[in-house]
Design a protein around this ligand. Structure first.
Ligand code: GSF
Length: 222
């Protein structure tokens, strides 16, 4: 068992993905705060850990791993008592990878970060309607992925659930998931909220992020 050090802040959705994975695997870890608002993620020291200058990053006995999707896959593969969180079977793994990439490229980067970064880092207060449409599209797609299964990659909880729940729970700041339109999605969110470590790993940070976004008094403009 290597010494695990996680760099980031609780408000950050991808950091919370790793917190969910660490808790699911019952792994001890040290949490080192990186102040994004003070550009702590652009310091020479941090860029040595993660040259892309984003949080989260993880040190495992000094070995740096970056990107929440890669970190979760690493932790589940190395420390999982079985492969349920990240299956070894190549077909099952490809389904989990599909959902991870959907989160990385669409749910997090395009819908969440694309809307949030201008507000929190460039003091934008107007949110174009198109960005809300992007969010509704993510809800619709994940709702479809959950049509016949309780989890996003099938019948078992995987790290893909940990990636998508941190993005989707944070997106509620802009658009509430309407249970009439997205019944499977709303049921899935409630299912994950039952995880014993959900509040500690994601719930608290979501509240922080949503309060921060609400404090900016944004206006949706068509
Ligand atoms: C995204 C990390 C990221 O953008 C991952 O780890 O999954 N694909 C990567 N993190 C943001 C913070 S966040 O919560 O939006 C970040 O580090 N932003 C700092 C910056 O300078 O943009």
């Amino acid at each position: 068992m290597g010494k695990l050090v996680l760099y980031g802040i609780e408000a950050s959705p991808p950091v919370r993905t790793v917190l969910l994975t660490l808790n699911a695997l019952d792994l001890p870890y040290e949490f080192v705060a990186v102040d994004l608002f003070a550009q702590g993620n652009k310091s020479e020291e941090y860029l040595k850990i993660n040259p892309t200058g984003t949080v989260p990053a993880l040190l495992d006995d000094g070995q740096a791993i970056s990107d929440s999707h890669a970190i979760s896959a690493y932790l589940a593969s190395k420390y999982g008592k079985d492969d349920s969180l990240y299956p070894k079977d190549l077909v099952k793994r490809s389904v989990v990878d599909h959902r991870l990439y959907f989160d990385a490229g669409v749910a997090f980067e395009r819908a969440l970060r694309g809307t949030t970064k201008p507000i929190l880092f460039n003091n934008e207060t107007n949110v174009p309607q198109q960005k809300i449409n992007n969010i509704a599209e993510v809800y619709d797609i994940v709702n479809k992925l959950l049509q016949n299964h309780p989890y996003v990659a099938g019948d078992n909880l995987t790290i893909a659930d940990f990636s998508l729940i941190t993005s989707i729970s944070s997106l509620q700041a802009y658009l509430e998931s309407d249970v009439a339109k997205y019944p499977n999605l709303v049921a899935w969110i409630k299912r994950l909220e039952q995880l014993p470590y959900y509040e500690k790993a994601n719930g608290n940070g979501v509240k922080q992020l949503i309060e921060l976004i609400k404090s900016k008094n944004i206006t949706i403009v068509s």
